[in-house]
Write a protein of this length. Structure first.
Length: 443
């Protein structure tokens, strides 16, 4: 909070009420004259003879003597105004109201109307109360009418020079002794470091010390109160700044903690998603490999089927002459076809099971997105199940191959035995068989 230096003229008007106004005229003059006549009974300075000497200035007196007497009169007027204000302000509020003024009826020879008229004339701001400065200045203006009449033809410019612009003539800024006293006073009051430019305060202090020593204690008390108020304001300011800094620090720390926590959560979520994606990719690759192996097995079965069909056609074309052999071969073909159909049915079952597994994997993937924890927990079980199914399929394929090989071997042995029976004439399929006495099979 910035504290401005108090102007010397304002302080001068506060402590001395020294601004002399010209005498008013007309109706205002009559009103002030009546009020002045009512207040002079209490405010007039002590001693009627002394008052007569100060009101009536000798014609032959010099202007400097007249000015000095008027200054003394105004000092006593200020003291009386202060006493009157303290008499009105019995509660020590620091201001007086119209009710406080009316309480003086028992102590002053004035009526309620006169007291109200005095209060209304002194109250210039229309705020319902009077401060000590307003009361002193207003009362000084009322009583100064008599001073203006008693002074007569005193030079107004000399009067202003006495009260307003006589600072630089009376003060000597190079006076080391006075400077030391001023600095000592400021240090004793503890206000040496409170004002940025104490030059005007020093001038006012020196002026009061020389011309108004009775007001010097009031001036020092005023400086002490101002400095105390400034210290309190600065202390409150520092306390508020420290509280604001602490709150800002706590807020920054809380925001930083929240940010770090969010970063950790985001990092953990990212790692979790990466792990899920890796598991899903591995599972997809595994299923793709299984599908490729099943397709290869299907191609092998189809190739074997085509090969068997070709063999069957070859046998049919070569054994047209032997009906029995043809029937037998037809039965063989039918058996092979049945076996093929069975293999196809098993293959279709494997395909259906594979598609079912794929659908289940897709559903499990969707369920995994909704409930990651449950899918990750059941993943191992499903993997083991698939491995067991794969082992079962492998065992079934191996068993089928073994049965087929055994069946083919058995069938070929039975065919060879039947072909080599001596009751039947040898079957010659080609010219080479004629010399060998046996037939050979293609494929």
């Amino acid at each position: 909070m910035e504290v401005s230096v108090i102007h010397s003229q304002d302080l001068c008007s506060t402590f001395t009420c020294s601004s002399v106004c010209p005498c008013p005229g007309g109706k205002d003059f009559e009103k002030m004259e009546n009020q002045r006549g009512a207040l002079l009974g209490y405010v007039r300075w002590e001693g009627e003879a002394e008052g007569d000497e100060e009101d009536g200035v000798a014609p032959g007196a010099s202007p400097s003597n007249q000015t000095s007497k008027l200054e003394d009169v105004q000092v006593e007027m200020l003291e009386k105004a202060r006493e009157l204000f303290q008499l009105c302000d019995k509660d020590k509020k620091g201001f007086i109201t119209k009710v406080d003024m009316q309480r003086l009826q028992s102590e002053l020879p004035l009526t309620l109307e006169q007291l109200e008229t005095v209060f209304d004339s002194l109250e210039q701001n229309n705020n319902g109360y009077l401060t000590p400065v307003e009361f002193s200045m207003g009362l000084g203006k009322l009583i100064r009418i008599e001073l203006c009449q008693g002074a007569g033809r005193m030079d107004h410019s000399r009067h202003e020079e006495t009260f307003e612009s006589g600072w630089s003539d009376d003060l000597d800024p190079t006076d080391d002794d006075e400077e030391k006293r001023f600095c000592s006073m400021m240090e004793q009051l503890g206000v040496a470091q409170m004002f940025e430019d104490p030059h005007e305060i020093r001038e006012l202090w020196a002026r009061l010390r020389k011309e108004r020593p009775e007001l010097l204690s009031n001036f020092e008390e005023f400086l002490l109160r101002v400095s105390s108020y400034i210290r309190e304001v600065n202390h409150e300011k520092e306390s508020m700044e420290q509280a604001l800094k602490r709150k800002e620090t706590d807020h920054d720390q809380a925001v930083r903690c929240l940010y770090e926590e969010m970063e950790q959560q985001i990092k953990a979520e990212r790692e979790r998603l990466i792990c899920q994606e890796a598991l899903r990719r591995d599972r997809s690759n595994l299923l793709q490999k299984e599908l490729s192996s099943k397709e290869q097995e299907l191609e092998k079965i189809l190739y074997r089927q085509k090969k068997l069909e070709h063999q069957l056609q070859s046998l049919n074309s070569e054994q047209l002459e032997t009906r029995v052999q043809n029937e037998r071969l037809r039965h063989l073909n039918e058996n092979l076809l049945e076996e093929l159909e069975k293999s196809k049915w098993e293959l279709e079952a494997v395909k259906g099971q594979l598609q079912k597994l794929q659908k289940e994997a897709q559903l499990e993937q969707e369920q995994k997105d909704r409930d990651v924890f449950r899918v990750s927990k059941n993943m191992q079980k499903e993997k083991q199940s698939l491995l067991r199914q794969l082992e079962l399929l492998r065992d079934m394929n191996k068993k089928l191959r073994d049965e087929r090989d055994a069946f083919e071997a058995k069938k070929l042995v039975s065919l060879r035995k039947k072909i080599l029976i001596p009751n039947h004439p040898p079957f010659i399929c080609c010219c080479c068989c004629r010399h060998l006495g046996a037939c050979h099979f293609h494929g």
